[in-house]
Design a protein around this ligand. Structure first.
Ligand code: GLC
Length: 589
């Protein structure tokens, strides 16, 4: 009799727990999971490892790793969509072999499309999108990026960069929408909405990660530790910090951003990765940020003291996940030791793990940990490229139009195209494309400017290509010269004097001798010194770093679209004491 009663009671309790578990709130699920976790499992969740250092993917299981990233140069050697799916799923497989089966959250720098994936659509970098001032268009671009990122099993992009860049000599200027915080706030939150979709749990939604908190774009020239401005010191009052650099985060949080990346830079001499006032008191308490904070690449090792000091300082300041990204065993052992010695309270660990687990539940990762197979065919699709083409033509800024040379006729007898960049997808895309620094050449699928020109003109128009501007055909009626900067990223782009590549400068000198009308198209990541070219060219079109859809530029060149791009940065002269073109400048036909 007792046995029967006990059995009935057990069945009843199971039934009740089933009912409650399916109606459990996310908070309750988090608490239930957290209560079962060991200290090792908790610290594992706070550990983010770059895939290139996981020589043995089984370490994801052995050390309960909570997050994997593929930073600038990490990923499958042949980065096709199918290879990425297999690459990402392998790490997830081992995460799901752990005792509690907590899935990893995988992150990537999908900062202008999921551009590390061969054949993905590559959108204009943020400096170009900033010139559109079009938040709906920017949201559409982000929505497509989310689809093309989640398609390979990755549900987190380290974007949008909401730096409010104040000095264009910084190599990351092109990652910024504008020098104007209102434009950055508007478009940064559009990206958050586009990434996260109607609900984070949708299979084609990804977690946004506004970065780099806070003041990364305001560093003082010459204070950089590895360049001129990059990772330097932002020396301004708190009022200025709040009015210029904090505003985009307030908007992003209002748009439900659930992760934020901390900046390498310092504020008035204090490294952001150790700034408890800004990370915890301002961001988490005053602004109510309830997602999690992730450090930048190896950034805690720039803090004062030994490694244990650096771990304790950064976690206690409020960072919840550490992008180690290499020696994860050392990090895990050090943080466990900090807790055991009382240098980091377990309450701080639990707070960090709660924040991370909550986001994983919000993303639906426990139910759908793997790539969503029916999305993979959308990568690089025609309709995605059409949206990118629209973004290109709305980002282009016409800076000069002497003799109303623009728009060009599609029925010209002979157009001579000059400059290697005219036929170079890599130069069109810039950094963070296939690789960290990006590179020249035919690196992914897209339409070059030369190809776009050939597609646009009539059958009676001859288009010739003279990469180096020598042997210009006598009967060429107009020269279209494509010049600009070589691809770069981060401090590799720091410079005393933003200008086009010297090889392109020499090409211009060649064609200036021709005494023919010239239209100059700029592929640049920021305003560069063009003072000496303006008098020698008729048309000047700034295309920024437009990405794969070169036809967006010819839509402007041949007048299929009336240009409406307006500068989101002041175009200073070299000595920066006056503007060649003011903020907001741009010509229409
Ligand atoms: C880099 C960048 C950051 C990027 C991260 C991961 O150093 O500062 O923007 O998201 O590492 O690649």
């Amino acid at each position: 009799m007792i046995k029967k009663t006990f059995l009935l009671l057990l069945i009843f309790l199971l039934f009740v727990s089933f009912i409650f578990s399916s109606e459990e709130s996310i908070e309750e699920k988090v608490e239930r999971l957290l209560s079962q976790m060991t200290l090792e499992e908790k610290v594992g969740q706070m550990t983010q490892v770059d895939s290139s250092y996981l020589y043995n993917p089984e370490d994801v299981k052995r050390y309960f790793i909570g997050s994997v990233l593929s930073g600038g140069n990490s990923g499958p050697s042949n980065p096709t969509p199918a290879n990425w799916v297999e690459y990402v799923n392998r790490f997830q497989y081992y995460a799901l072999q752990t005792r509690l089966r907590i899935p990893i959250l995988y992150g990537i720098d999908a900062v202008h499309g999921n551009a590390k994936v061969y054949s993905a659509v590559v959108f204009p970098h943020n400096i170009g999108l900033g010139c559109t001032r079009n938040e709906k268009l920017v949201e559409d671009c982000a929505r497509i990026t989310a689809i093309e990122t989640s398609a390979i099993g990755i549900r987190w992009s380290f974007a949008p960069c909401v730096a409010v860049v104040q000095d264009v000599r910084w190599g990351r200027t092109y990652e910024s929408f504008s020098e104007n915080p209102d434009v950055v706030a508007l478009l940064g939150s559009a990206v958050v909405r586009g990434f996260q979709g109607g609900s984070l749990s949708n299979k084609d939604s990804i977690l946004a990660c506004p970065k780099h908190f806070v003041g990364d774009g305001g560093t003082k020239f010459g204070t950089s530790i590895n360049g001129l401005l990059d990772q330097g010191d932002t020396r301004i009052s708190e009022k200025e910090l709040r009015n210029i650099h904090l505003k985009p985060y307030i908007f992003a949080i209002k748009n439900s951003a659930k992760s934020i990346m901390v900046s390498f830079s310092s504020w008035n001499g204090i490294k952001m990765h150790a700034n408890k006032y800004l990370l915890t008191d301002v961001l988490k308490k005053e602004l109510g940020f309830d997602g999690f904070l992730v450090s930048d690449w190896k950034a805690i090792e720039q803090l004062p003291g030994n490694y244990e000091d650096q771990v304790a300082m950064s976690i206690n300041a409020g960072i919840d996940m550490i992008m180690v990204p290499d020696n994860y065993v050392r990090f895990i052992n050090t943080l466990i030791s900090c807790v055991q010695k009382g240098r980091v309270p377990i309450s701080r660990i639990d707070d960090a793990v709660r924040r991370i687990l909550k986001v994983k539940f919000l993303l639906g990762l426990f139910e759908n940990p793997y790539a969503n197979k029916d999305l993979i065919n959308k990568i690089g699709s025609k309709e995605h490229r059409e949206v990118a083409r629209r973004a290109v033509r709305e980002s282009v800024v016409v800076l000069q139009n002497k003799n109303k040379i623009l728009p060009l006729s599609k029925n010209l007898k002979h157009i001579c195209v000059v400059g290697p960049k005219a036929n170079d997808i890599g130069s069109q895309c810039g950094g963070w494309t296939i690789s960290w620094q990006g590179q020249k050449g035919n690196i992914t699928v897209g339409t070059t400017i030369l190809e776009a020109i050939k597609k646009s003109v009539s059958n009676n128009t001859k288009v010739t290509f003279s990469p180096y501007g020598d042997n210009i055909p006598k009967d060429a009626e107009v020269i279209v010269a494509v010049v600009g900067e070589k691809p770069y990223a981060e401090s590799m782009g720091d410079t005393f004097k933003p200008e086009i590549e010297y090889s392109d400068h020499l090409i211009l000198q060649n064609i200036f001798k021709e005494k023919k009308p010239i239209v100059m198209i700029l592929l640049v990541g920021r305003p560069v010194d063009i003072e000496n070219y303006l008098s020698k060219t008729f048309g000047v079109i700034c295309a920024w770093l437009p990405g794969t859809e070169g036809e967006g530029i010819t839509d402007i060149l041949f007048g299929d679209f009336n240009p409406k791009g307006r500068l989101s940065f002041t175009w200073y002269t070299v000595d920066r004491n006056k503007a060649t073109f003011p903020y907001g400048y741009g010509l229409s036909y």
